[in-house]
Design a protein around this ligand. Structure first.
Ligand code: GLN
Length: 546
């Protein structure tokens, strides 16, 4: 087989949560910064067709691509690091693989053959791995394999990697194995045995690791690296230390210091050069040397989970760096927020973001949060469900429609200011059927949104079934909340604002998915700036009152 695309597989051993996604994204960054067109793909060994039907307790945030794929949150890291959009092809699950194979079988495409894991499932995996490479858009495809080697579910993937290494040839496909080198405090020692065992497990499936990346809390001494090299069949320079970092954005530089890119390029018979990380490092320096700080409240019902609002938290890091301030995020559980405690919980904040979400739980708390910040002129950003709550709050408390609600929360509400989209009314299946992916939006001239984006034509990513009910538009606008972004074909309201307020924006889409290190999202940048202004002005007000 001849190929011009090079393939890098990233497998994991010893434990999960070692940060394969960050290592893959960091390596991709280093390769991209040397001029190689690089993309990253994630293969997930679970049976759901995609993570869209998984709740945040199971899976963290569901990330959405331009072309409407509901994906693993690692794709968010890939985009944030590379500033290149991913697509349906960048995330494949076992469920999706089996679905395709079974559909082919039903169409009779296997011509009466018995359909088996090898070769049919493995062939489908190999095909999915090479779709990105064969597109001609990339010099290098990095494929991250979810799970840990030795898991029953991972076996077909490891087998596909074994075959691909043979099919593609030595210089065209390599395996990076990520492991853990634990420190046993009782013995005062770093231990290599778990790594040796996981490399052995990989070898039992016929796959030899070319490079080891070792997660560790302490520096790996030279003799320990030599030992790992000897026992694990790799060259000493291919034992890469990945020490705990204070921010994920340090990892590309740490991998550069360790020479990961150099070993990779050498093994792939590609030229290496000094990567140009100037934009990246400018961001890092602003991120690490803030000139001030603001505190923003994140109101949601999954706030105790680190990963459920991942893209929002990262977008604040990008926007903070852009404004040269540290953004402290205070997570506030919407279920415990009430009319009586809203002031006490929110009064010290410089901005409030009401998060996306589904279902009834915690809804009234979100509405209370909107009421408080609207009345107090505290900068507000509502995303998706957060925007819908802003519309409900305004309808109830300003228009006087006491029973205003979303039909998602109360199907029989007499004032359905948010209702099910027309296109959703005939849909029964839950998987992959929301309004997904990037849609055009036209901004109203002179609006805050137009000022922030500095254009009238934008495209943002969506994931929802419910929408602003246009039957209430005139009434709501007359009362002072304006629809300032509309879908040009359907007239769906995508943005609401309150011009009389300091900074009040609700968006039906998810701006957080598009924020990257080199392209921080303008809405987040403006929101953080508004929070900073609010902090400064408020201080001067209270000082003037003294
Ligand atoms: N549950 C709401 C809807 O489906 C909002 C979705 C979201 O916040 N992503 O419209």
């Amino acid at each position: 087989m001849t190929t011009t695309t090079k393939y890098i597989f990233v497998t994991g051993g010893v434990t999960s949560s070692l940060g394969k996604g960050i290592i893959a994204a960091s390596l991709a960054k280093l390769l991209q910064a040397q001029g190689y067109r690089t993309t990253i793909q994630k293969l997930d060994p679970y049976i759901n067709v995609d993570p869209g039907t998984l709740n945040p307790y199971e899976h963290g945030e569901c990330y959405v691509t331009d072309d409407g794929a509901e994906t693993d949150l690692d794709l968010g890291h890939y985009e944030r690091f590379l500033n290149v959009p991913t697509s349906q092809s960048n995330n494949v699950t076992t469920g999706r693989i089996y679905q395709s194979v079974i559909e082919k079988e039903r169409r009779g495409e296997f011509l009466g053959k018995t359909v088996q894991v090898i070769p049919h499932i493995t062939d489908e995996i190999k095909h999915r791995v090479q779709i990105l490479g064969n597109s001609g858009d990339y010099d290098i495809v990095i494929t991250e394999i979810g799970g840990t080697v030795g898991d029953i579910e991972s076996l077909p993937y490891i087998e596909a990697v074994r075959q691909l290494k043979w099919d593609l040839g030595e210089d065209n496909a390599i395996v990076i194995h990520l492991t853990l080198v634990p420190f046993l405090s009782a013995a005062g020692e770093l231990k290599t045995k778990p790594t040796q065992h996981s490399v052995k497990t990989l070898m039992e499936s016929g796959v030899m690791a070319d490079i080891l990346v070792c997660r560790t809390e302490h520096e790996l001494p030279i003799d320990l690296r030599d030992k790992l090299a000897k026992f694990c069949n790799v060259r000493p320079e291919a034992v890469i230390q990945s020490i705990d970092a204070s921010t994920i954005y340090d990892v590309p530089n740490l991998m550069l210091e360790q020479g990961l890119d150099t070993v990779v390029l050498k093994k792939l018979a590609l030229k290496s050069a000094q990567p140009d990380l100037s934009i990246w490092n400018q961001f890092l320096s602003r991120h690490k040397n803030p000139k001030g700080e603001v505190t923003i409240g994140l109101i949601g019902k999954y706030v105790e989970l680190q990963d459920s609002y991942k893209s929002i938290l990262e977008a604040f890091i990008h926007a903070g760096a852009e404004n040269e301030v540290k953004v402290n995020i205070e997570s506030i559980h919407s279920e415990y927020l009430t009319e009586t405690n809203a002031a006490e919980k929110l009064k010290h904040l410089h901005g409030v973001l009401v998060a996306p979400g589904f279902g009834e739980r915690g809804i009234e708390g979100k509405i209370e949060a909107v009421r408080y910040v609207r009345e107090q002129n505290i900068p507000f950003l509502g995303i998706c469900l957060g925007m819908q709550m802003a519309v409900i709050e305004y309808s109830r408390n300003v228009l006087g429609l006491a029973n205003a609600n979303s039909t998602e929360m109360d199907e029989q509400t007499p004032e359905p200011v948010i209702n099910l989209m027309e296109s959703q009314k005939t849909i029964i299946d839950k998987g992959g059927t929301m309004r997904l992916g990037a849609w055009d939006c036209k901004l109203i001239e002179g609006s805050l949104a137009q000022h922030i984006y500095n254009t009238v034509d934008i495209k943002e990513r969506h994931r929802h079934r419910y929408e602003f009910n246009n039957a209430y538009k005139q009434q709501i606008e007359e009362a002072g909340m304006k629809a300032t972004g509309l879908n040009p074909e359907t007239g769906l309201v995508e943005i609401v604002e309150i011009p009389a307020h300091n900074w009040f924006v609700g968006v039906q889409y998810h701006p957080e998915y598009k924020s990257t290190v080199s392209n921080p999202h303008p809405l987040f940048v403006s929101f953080v700036k508004a929070a900073l202004d609010y902090k400064i002005n408020n201080k001067s007000v209270s000082m003037a009152q003294k």
